[in-house]
Design a protein. Structure first.
Length: 555
C-alpha cells in the first residue's frame, strides 16, 4: 500500500469521529498494525494486537482505553520499536511519522526520534529509571543528548522541570537516586524526563497511576499547558475513565487486541455503542467490606513506630541531619480486617509498609501475634515471611525477568513448603492463576509478555499462594482498569472470608479503599493525621487534609 493510500484510508477511518481535526494531516498514522509474541514452548505465535488502525493529529489528546491485556501498551511500545524483538514481531502494518515508516527505520533514525520527536512516560517508573544514576544525571542526559546547551544550563533546566511536576526541594532531589523517592515521586521524574525536549507526540502510558488524587489533575493540566504552548499531541493510555472524560478529545476502546469503538469523548461517554464500552463505563468499585469476625484478636499492633533516613553532607559524607519518613505511628489490625492507608506521594505509606516487613530499619514496636519483630534478627524473621507477604506497587520491578511465571510462583513454595512434589506445586500454581483471573497455559510466559495489569495479578498470586495471614498491598489495583479492579476487590474479599486474611491496603484510589477497607488511616508528612472507620471518615472527615483528599477524589 502506498503512503498516500495509507493517509487517505486512515483519514477516512477517523473522519466520522473527528470533524474538526480532519482539516489537518495526521501527525502519526498507524495502519493495520499487528503484534505477535513468539515462545519456544508454543508452535504458533500469540497475537496480542490484531489489525489496528488509527491516527493522531497535531495538538490532539487521544485516549486509548481498555482492560489490562487488551494490547494498549503493546501499541504504545510499537510506535518507538521498544518491544522485545525478535520475541515480538509485526506480521502486518505500518507506522508513519512525518513521512517516515518507523517500522522500517534504522536504529540511528529511531534514536533521534525517541525523546525528542516522540517521547514516552512508562507505566512502571522504577524500571524506567537507571538505579545507578542520580535523578539529575538522568534528566540532564536526555537534555544534553538532544539540545546544544551547557551542563550547567541543563542542570538548571532539570531543576525547573522538577518544579513543574510538583516535586518538593528539587535541588536535593536532583542528587537523589530512584530508590530514595516514593513511587509517585519517581513517576513525576519520568514525566519530567519525557517533556524535557518538548516532543511533538507524548505517549503517556498510565502517567498518573502512582499519584494521589490531588496531584493527578495537576500533572494532566501541566501536560495540557505544555501541549497548548507547543501544539504537542498526547496519546493518553489510561484505565481512569474519569481522567479520560475530563481531558481527552477522542477515545479509542480496545478489547482483546482490537479497537472495538472510536468516538469523540463526549459522544462516547454519553452514548457508547459497543457492549464492552458500556460495561467499562458502568464499572465502578462498590459494595462494602466483609464483616470482621466477632471477638477478633489483633494480628498486628504498631506502637510509636519511627522511621528516619540520614542526610549526608560534605566530602566525607558525614550525617548532617535525619529525614523523618514516619513519626510515632500507632495502630492495630485485627484478624480478618482490612485497614487502608491513604495520603499523598511521599507521605510515608510505603516506608511504613516496608518497616512492618522488616525491609527498613525502624524504632518502636511491631507486634505480630504479640511477637515484636523489631526484637528478632533476620534469621528469626525468615520463617515469618510466609505469614506476612507483600504485593509491591511496581509489579515489573518485583518480578524476576529471567523467571517464567511457573518459576516465580513456585519460588516461595520451594522455600516454605519444600516437601511438596513437582506435580503438587504445578497444581497449586495453576489454581492460583485461575483465582486471580489468569489462564493456566500462561505458566511458561515471562513477565515482559504480560501487560501491567496482568503482572500485578501475578504479584498478587505470588502472595496468595503461600496462604499468608497478613498481606500488605501497596497500590495493588493502580494498574488495573475499573472492571478488573472490581474483580480483584471481590477476589480479595472472598479470600479474606475463606482464609481470614488481614490486609494493610495502601492506595490513592479512595473508591477502592471504601469498597474494601473497614478502617482508614490518613497520612501526611510522615504522620497519621486521622484514623477512623471507613464510613465515618468518608461522611464526617475531621482533618482539613482528609477533606481535601475526599473533595479531589469524589469530584
Amino acid at each position: 500500500m502506498s503512503h498516500d493510500n495509507i493517509y487517505t484510508s486512515t483519514i477516512i477511518h477517523d473522519a466520522s469521529t473527528c470533524s474538526e481535526l480532519d482539516k489537518n494531516q495526521p501527525l502519526l498514522v498507524v495502519d493495520h498494525l499487528s503484534v505477535d509474541f513468539h515462545n519456544y514452548q508454543q508452535s504458533t505465535p500469540t497475537r496480542v494486537v490484531n489489525d489496528v488502525s488509527f491516527s493522531i493529529f497535531p495538538g490532539e489528546i487521544l485516549a486509548l482505553v481498555g482492560e489490562s491485556g487488551s494490547g494498549k501498551s503493546m501499541i504504545a511500545r510499537s510506535l518507538l520499536k521498544l518491544l522485545p524483538y525478535p520475541s515480538a514481531s509485526h506480521p502486518t502494518g505500518h507506522i508513519w511519522f512525518q513521512g517516515k515508516d518507523l517500522q522500517k527505520a534504522p536504529t540511528e533514525v529511531l534514536q533521534k526520534i525517541r525523546s525528542k520527536e516522540i517521547s514516552m512516560v512508562f507505566q512502571e517508573p522504577m524500571s524506567a529509571l537507571n538505579p545507578l544514576k542520580t535523578i539529575g544525571q538522568q534528566i540532564t542526559e536526555v537534555i544534553l543528548t538532544h539540545q546544544k546547551t551547557s551542563k550547567n544550563a541543563a542542570w538548571e533546566q532539570a531543576k525547573t522541570l522538577l518544579e513543574q511536576v510538583k516535586i518538593d526541594t528539587p535541588e536535593k532531589r536532583l542528587q537523589a537516586y530512584p530508590h530514595e523517592l516514593s513511587g509517585g515521586q519517581r513517576q513525576r521524574v519520568v514525566i519530567a524526563i519525557a517533556i524535557a525536549n518538548q516532543p511533538k507526540i507524548l505517549i503517556a502510558d498510565e502517567p498518573t497511576t502512582a499519584l494521589d488524587v490531588t496531584v493527578q489533575a495537576q500533572i494532566i493540566e501541566l501536560l495540557i499547558e505544555l501541549q497548548q504552548k507547543t501544539n504537542m499531541s498526547i496519546l493518553l493510555i489510561s484505565h481512569d475513565l474519569n481522567l479520560v472524560k475530563k481531558f481527552a478529545q477522542r477515545v479509542l476502546v480496545m478489547k482483546s487486541g482490537e479497537i472495538v469503538e472510536t468516538a469523540p469523548t463526549e459522544q462516547l461517554f454519553r452514548c457508547p455503542s459497543h457492549p464492552y464500552t458500556q460495561m467499562l463505563i458502568a464499572s465502578e468499585p462498590s459494595g462494602f467490606p466483609t464483616p470482621v469476625p466477632a471477638n477478633a484478636n489483633p494480628i498486628l499492633t504498631i506502637e510509636l513506630l519511627n522511621i528516619r533516613f540520614p542526610i549526608y553532607k560534605g566530602i566525607f559524607r558525614r550525617i548532617d541531619r535525619y529525614f523523618h519518613a514516619v513519626q510515632a505511628a500507632s495502630f492495630q489490625i485485627l484478624t480478618g480486617e482490612s485497614v487502608g492507608i491513604v495520603g499523598e506521594s511521599g507521605s510515608g505509606k510505603t516506608s511504613l509498609a516496608f518497616a512492618i516487613l522488616r525491609l527498613l530499619q525502624s524504632e518502636g514496636r511491631i507486634l505480630f501475634h504479640q511477637q515484636d519483630l523489631n526484637q528478632l534478627n533476620l534469621r528469626q524473621v525468615q520463617p515469618l515471611r510466609q505469614k506476612i507477604q507483600m504485593v509491591f506497587q511496581d509489579p515489573y520491578g518485583s518480578l524476576n525477568p529471567r523467571f517464567c511465571i511457573e518459576d516465580l510462583l513456585t519460588e516461595g513454595l520451594n522455600v516454605h513448603f519444600p516437601k511438596l512434589s513437582p506435580e503438587e506445586r504445578t497444581s497449586k500454581v495453576q489454581a492460583v492463576l485461575e483465582e486471580v483471573g489468569l489462564k493456566g497455559d500462561m505458566l511458561y510466559r515471562y513477565p515482559h509478555e504480560f501487560s501491567g495489569g496482568q503482572r500485578q495479578r501475578i504479584a498478587i498470586a505470588r502472595a496468595i499462594i503461600l496462604k499468608a495471614q497478613l498481606i500488605v498491598l501497596d497500590e495493588p489495583t493502580s494498574a488495573l482498569d475499573r472492571s478488573l479492579q472490581t474483580q480483584i476487590i471481590e477476589l480479595l474479599k472472598s479470600l479474606q472470608t475463606k482464609y481470614q486474611i488481614s490486609y494493610l491496603f495502601i492506595s490513592h484510589d479512595l473508591k477502592v479503599i471504601r469498597a474494601l477497607c473497614h478502617r482508614v488511616l490518613v497520612m501526611k508528612a510522615g504522620q497519621i493525621v486521622e484514623s477512623s472507620d471507613t464510613e465515618t471518615l468518608f461522611t464526617q472527615p475531621k482533618h482539613l487534609y482528609t477533606q481535601e483528599l475526599l473533595s479531589a477524589s469524589l469530584a
